[in-house]
Design a protein around this ligand. Sequence first.
Ligand SMILES: Cc1cc2nc3c(=O)[nH]c(=O)nc-3n(C[C@H](O)[C@H](O)[C@H](O)COP(=O)(O)OP(=O)(O)OC[C@H]3O[C@@H](n4cnc5c(N)ncnc54)[C@H](O)[C@@H]3O)c2cc1C
Length: 503
Amino acid sequence: MKNYREFDVVILGGGLAGMYTAMNLDRELKIGMFIKDKIDKGSSNLAQGGIAAEIKFDEAKIKEHYEDTLRAGSNLNNKEAVEILVNEAGENIRNLVSMGVNFDKDQNGEFIKTLEGGHRSRRILHAGGDATGESVMRDLRESLKKYTNIDVFEDEMAIQIITDDNNKAIGLVCINNNNEPDYVFTNKIVIATGGCGGVYKNSTNEKFAVGDGIALAYRAGIKIENMEFVQFHPTGLYEPEKRGRVFLISEAVRGEGAILRNIEGQRFMDKYDKERMELAPRDVVSQAIKREMFDTWSDHVYLDIRHKTKDFLMHRFPTIYEKCMSIGVDMSKDLIPVTPIEHFLCGGIASDLCGHTSMEGVYAVGECANTGVHGANRLASNSLLECLVFGKRVADDINASKEELSKRTIKFPPVIGEPRKFNFKSIRVEIRDTMDKYVQIVRTEEGLNLAKKIIERHYKNLKKINVMSRYYFETLNMATVALIIIDAALSRNESIGCHCRLN
Ligand SMILES: Cc1cc2nc3c(=O)[nH]c(=O)nc-3n(C[C@H](O)[C@H](O)[C@H](O)COP(=O)(O)OP(=O)(O)OC[C@H]3O[C@@H](n4cnc5c(N)ncnc54)[C@H](O)[C@@H]3O)c2cc1C
């Protein structure tokens, strides 16, 4: 008999989506949180700018947030989901604060709010200046210690959903750091595995964020949607020859007045969006920068916030200020070199307004999910909000079915494969380079087909072998997610939001 663990609910991922869902579940439920890496890693911990939320009930302001979200998403959003997002923002922020999370406040104890691209009002709450994610997640982890019903397992990567004869999810296979399978049986699975920036050569995400949850769901036959909408952040810090995770210069820097200049020193956003200029949504600004880089034969542009004092910059953006200084750039005197970088996945595992996916017993929440709130392009600072609002809805849905959660089926799947020492590095490098070259901000049919040919060859070869190792599954997941993005990009001929097709 193999060893296994049992839980009422299993959460995959310890980012904001996974953590907040777990902490809103009924305390009588036995919860297992399985995390691929360490609990303090992942995009939620890296978030800088903040969380968009109208916290006081003001119908006009909430409507404005709704409209800004639709406008940024080119109206391809699920309007019902957006309504929920903006209307339930305030109560979830209050809930978060009651769980021990702190946001930056002024001398009168009022939340300080900032502005980012695509927002018409200052509605973005932040913490630790420009370290919102680090601060919020640290506070939440501190509170998590009081939840004796939640067991956390680090370095456990989920690789397969186990189903019963009716195709209902009954458990999971995870792989630990010794490349051994760990079996987990449960009634409800919540996939909260984050984005897929690690499929690209450069991204603001951690390298291990390769869309595992999406690939895992895809292998189980769960519906995936809107994968062509990969958002590129306009202002990743430009460091020549850098591979892997790129440091982000938050949109809040433009919110505080920074302007963009090309390498010849000219401000250029008036050519692309006269009304909103540097504070246009990310798809518009990234595509504008790409065009300027093309026209000036260069691989970066500049951000200019030299009109602000050193003192202001050091206090408002302590993390960014320090990082810039570490490469010899003093924001108060120098231009900051920046370039657009893969940042966020707008699509993902199709999920309804309570997080249900197309498979019974499986929910999806956070960046890996496609609730439809982002449409063709995410509005800045709406993703942490999505983790909260839909995480709470998933928890409420599970809590309502609490009574059913005691019955469990234990059925082991066939053994997957033997552990081998292969590291598949050359395949990972080629996938990342191919995505970087052909599945970028601007795409062509020829480039997408070329990318498909290269990655499909790797995918087919990987499928032929059967290896029980983290490297194997991570590489297979990368190829899977890359192909889903490419197929989605090929099937949408129009340019809309962050999907820009030249032909
Ligand atoms: C640099 C940066 C700055 C950002 N700034 C902002 C901002 O200011 N405001 C905003 O709204 N959004 C921001 N975002 C986006 C936002 O941070 C993310 O969309 C959000 O945090 C996603 O949360 P999540 O819980 O879905 O995923 P994550 O926080 O990425 O967590 C994913 C979790 O899943 C785990 N995992 C992955 N695969 C597996 C597996 N196979 N098995 C088990 N566990 C797995 C990971 O280990 C991790 O714990 C930023 C993102 C980045 C990268």
